[in-house]
Write a protein that binds this ligand. Structure first.
Ligand SMILES: C[S@@+](CC[C@H](N)C(=O)[O-])C[C@H]1O[C@@H](n2cnc3c(N)ncnc32)[C@H](O)[C@@H]1O
Length: 394
């Protein structure tokens, strides 16, 4: 079991436990969920696997140091103490990015410059040369997290967010992030062996993430390049074998994955994205309003994120969700439905009893991902039951 390399893998609110389970199944040790992140121990190969396979990760970071900061001087001294010469040669390029929310740094860009100076000055002293800044494709991307009085500095092995898989070549008005869509599928507990339907698929993100899971394709395998491929000592041969493995479908999908939408533009986009992901034969696409969509089987999982309150006029919202609830009740008996709600009004209007609820965030919008077990008698009678899965915050 790998053990020497500490990793911090970032994720979205509400998906910490899902990510922790993913890391455990990859073989990480000492897996510990925290707020929007999971800490664990691994090694270089686990870092490669994490970037190729994790469905609910945003970034895989290698933490370097953590220290208290109350001034520019503290930050400079802490950042200068890292042996940057072990990570960067005089001809290497680097960039500093991150998150700053601290009273002592009202200008949130300034701390990034302080860290940049500390790195450059240390390399000048130890190596006699200075590395260059490259914001587009740096050899090393440093990740600074400065919140209140604490600075965490890490190396970002993923580069841009792992949510950007690369298959979504076109999108509709309110697409879900790929990480959130994958997390929603994981929260349903669906394992690829029974039918799954997204009846309001937009650009198809939920169905595509479900298809990646069912075929056993690593979502990071679409990436052309990761920053760690430019690190000194990168294990090229092992990585290329791991990437090949992640690109190759491991399983044949023998159930229905159905993506439907009333908008022909949306289903066209879904088809284009499916094609880009090489999954056009795995997901069936239909243009059809939900009220008329026939369930493909007598039982299965339905997952969707319907239009939110801010996109629907308030008076339309109640009616829309009421109709959605009626359709579920009348036509989808036998299914377990998981719906992402952007507000309490919508959740109330659906008129069905929830059997689980998970607090998630879609960008800035706090959401509730709610489960409805659709069988006779599931219509709300009085109060709601809320048996929430691990990690649920409601
Ligand atoms: C928020 S978007 C879904 C975004 C999608 N999850 C994605 O990642 O691109 C909601 C979708 O619901 C569709 N929709 C709205 N009312 C519908 C209905 N009655 N039947 C089917 N689709 C509907 C819209 O056309 C829109 O594409």
């Amino acid at each position: 079991m790998p053990g020497g390399l500490p990793l911090v893998v970032t994720t979205l609110t509400g998906l910490e436990h899902v990510l922790a389970a993913e890391l455990t199944s990859l073989g990480a040790a000492a897996v510990e969920p925290s707020r929007r992140a999971v800490r664990c121990l691994g090694d270089e190969l686990l870092l490669y696997q994490a970037n190729l396979w994790l469905r609910t990760a945003i970034k895989v970071l290698v933490p370097l140091t953590s220290f208290p900061v109350r001034s520019r001087e503290d930050l400079y001294a802490g950042a200068s103490a890292i042996p940057w010469e072990d990570h960067l040669g005089p001809n290497s390029t680097f960039a500093v990015r991150g998150f700053v929310q601290a009273e002592c740094f009202p200008n949130t860009h300034f701390p990034l410059l302080v860290v940049k100076d500390a790195v450059v000055d240390r390399l000048r002293k130890t190596r006699g040369g200075r590395p260059s800044i490259d914001l587009q494709r740096p050899d090393l991307e440093l990740h600074l997290h400065l919140a209140e009085d604490r600075c965490d500095l890490a190396i970002n092995s993923s580069g841009e967010s792992l949510a950007r898989r690369g298959y979504r070549i076109t999108q509709g008005g309110a697409p879900l992030g790929e990480t959130l869509a994958a997390g929603m599928v994981a929260l349903t507990g669906w394992d690829g062996s029974t039918p799954l339907v997204d009846p309001m698929c937009g650009s198809g993100t939920i169905a595509i993430e479900a298809a990646l899971l069912a075929t056993g394709i690593g979502p990071g395998s679409f990436r052309k390049e990761f920053p760690f491929q430019r690190w000194p000592g990168h294990r090229r041969k092992e990585f290329s074998e791991l990437r090949e493995e992640a690109r190759t479908a491991r399983k044949k999908v023998s159930t229905t994955i159905l993506a439907a939408d009333l908008s022909p533009t949306a289903t066209r986009k879904t088809r284009q994205n499916l094609q880009a992901a090489g999954l056009e034969k795995v997901v069936e696409v239909r243009t059809c309003p939900f009220a008329e969509l026939p369930p493909p089987s007598t039982e299965g999982t339905l997952v969707c994120n319907p239009p939110y309150g801010e996109r629907l006029q308030l008076e339309q919202l109640g009616l829309f969700y009421q109709e959605l609830g009626n359709t579920l009740k009348q036509r989808w008996n036998g299914y377990t439905a998981w719906i992402l709600f952007g507000g309490r009004e919508a959740l109330r209007s659906i008129g069905l009893r929830t059997s689980a609820r998970v607090a998630l965030r879609n960008g800035e919008l706090p959401c509730t991902f709610a489960r409805f077990d659709l069988y006779e008698g599931s219509r709300r009678r009085g109060g709601e039951a809320a048996a929430s899965p691990p990690g649920s915050q409601l």
